[in-house]
Structures are given as C-alpha cells and as structure tokens.
Design a protein around this ligand. Structure first.
Ligand SMILES: Nc1ncnc2c1ncn2[C@@H]1O[C@H](COP(=O)(O)OP(=O)(O)OP(=O)(O)O)[C@@H](O)[C@H]1O
Ligand SMILES: [Mg+2]
Length: 240
C-alpha cells in the first residue's frame, strides 16, 4: 500500500543510483573536530550500522547526513540532489518528506496520545487528521502495539515507547530512517528486540536505515557495518 505522504516523492527520479551520499564531510566545534573527512554512501533499502565510542562523531554524522546541520565543508546529496546547502525551510521539507528519525530516549510528546504521536509526521505534512490517525493505528498494529493508541507516553514502558517512535519514524513512508543509538536507554534484550524490529520495519517498507551504536554485538545485526573514530571512518565497510 502506498503511504499517504509518499506521493510528493513521485517527482524525484527512481532510486537507481546511491540513495544518499556524503563526500568529504568536515565539522568542527571550536577546535574539536567532530567529522574529519567522512565519505559515505547509502543504497536504497540498505541497513547500515555505524559503531564507535563516545565522542566519535556518530550523532554529528547523522545530523549532517539528515540535513539537520550543515557540514563546514563537503557535500550531502539525496538521489543526486545536493541537500547540504539548502535553506532551513527547504531542508525541513526534505526531512519531513524523505527522512524518519529514531532517538535513544524516545522524545515522544507528553501531551499527545500514542496514536497522535505516531501521526505527527503526517499531520505536519498537511495530511488530514482522520487519515493520519488511521495510518498511525495501522502502524501501531504492525508493531504489536494495538490497545495502546490512547495512552500517553508516560503510561508506556521504555521498550513500548521506543517501538512507538519506530512506528512514528516510518509512518510517512520515508526513503531513509536515521536511528541514533536506538537501544541506548534499554536493557540488552529490549535493545536487541528494538533493533530487530527496526530492521524488519525497514525491510518491509523497503526503506534504508542507518543505525549508530557503541555496541559491536548490535552493529553486527545490520547488513553493512562501518566504524567511526575521532570523526573518521576507520573500519572498512563489510557486507554481512
Ligand atoms: N554542540 C557541540 N558543541 C561543542 N562540541 C560538540 C558539540 N556536539 C558535539 N561536540 C563534540 O564533537 C565530538 C563528536 O560528538 P558526537 O556527539 O557527534 O559524538 P557521538 O559519537 O555521538 O558520541 P556519543 O556516543 O557520546 O553520543 C565530541 O568530541 C563532542 O564533544
Ligand atoms: Mg551521539
């Protein structure tokens, strides 16, 4: 089924070449190099894992690739279209249309119900409330969260809250989902389940996913893995 927000993408060429590329990415905070020359390619539907210790540059890399922050130098392109130098409004449009996000501590909106939280990416893109909530409920069901539609975030367990953020990340049919340490706040088993659910959701939706983690066991579950240290990709890419 075509997701309600997928239509605007019809104007982009079909994803034959790389989906997302970062070339020569540098980013500094004062004298601290967060990215020191990163090259990265993500193919359509690829599950990419990036492993590295605290301060390695994982979050900065995701933010630069997702057009949340511009790099100091280098280029980011989505299906061949530069997105790193777009104005804030245009970058926002690209993010809302083509990207989904999962962060460690959920970041659900406390005042909204579960289904409203999941529907948010559709609502901010102008999809009508009824249609957005119906799609949100379908997503919740697919992640075994039926019955929780009308709960508030504080009434969910940590694992449930994270699965709700997964439902939200995919609800608008994004081409790529960015997951920054999705398992970080969870115990090992719940973390593994969350990553498995994330990978399954991406496969079912034919969406690419980039997962960062400090955990080598977790990263081994992704299709392609990379290692980042001091702002540089150090480990070669290896296909699983
Ligand atoms: N807003 C900021 N101001 C100053 N320095 C920053 C800022 N954000 C990140 N840094 C620095 O840039 C480097 C990379 O940080 P980043 O958050 O990308 O690492 P990370 O791999 O995500 O770390 P963690 O595993 O702790 O989340 C670190 O040295 C960090 O201290
Ligand atoms: Mg981080």
């Amino acid at each position: 089924m075509m997701s309600p927000a997928a239509e605007p993408l019809a104007s982009l060429p079909p994803p034959t070449g790389p989906l997302l590329t970062g070339r020569g990415l540098f980013k500094r905070y004062g004298r601290q190099h967060a990215l020191a020359g990163v090259d990265i390619t993500v193919k359509a539907g690829e599950a990419l894992g990036i492993v590295g210790p605290h301060g390695a540059g994982k979050t900065t890399l995701l933010h630069v690739l997702a057009a949340i922050q511009p790099p100091d130098s280098g280029e980011v392109a989505l299906q061949g279209h530069r997105i790193d130098r777009l104005g804030a409004a245009e970058r926002g449009k690209v993010r809302r249309r083509s990207f989904g996000f999962v962060f460690a501590r959920g970041k659900l909106v406390d005042e909204l119900t579960t289904e409203e939280n999941v529907a948010l990416p559709l609502l901010v893109s102008g999809v009508g409330r009824c249609r957005a909530l119906a799609e949100a409920r379908t997503r919740l069901e697919r992640l075994d969260l039926n019955g929780l539609e009308n709960r508030r975030p504080r009434e969910l367990s940590a694992g449930q809250a994270l699965r709700v953020t997964l439902a939200r990340a995919f609800v608008h049919g994004p081409r790529i989902v960015f997951a920054d340490e999705p398992a970080d706040a969870l115990d090992v088993r719940t973390g593994e389940e969350t990553v498995s659910t994330l990978l399954r959701a991406a496969r079912e939706d034919e969406s690419a996913v980039i997962i960062t983690t400090r955990d080598r066991d977790l990263v081994a579950r992704t299709g392609t893995t990379m290692e980042i240290r001091e702002g540089l990709i150090t480990g070669g890419v290896m296909a699983a």
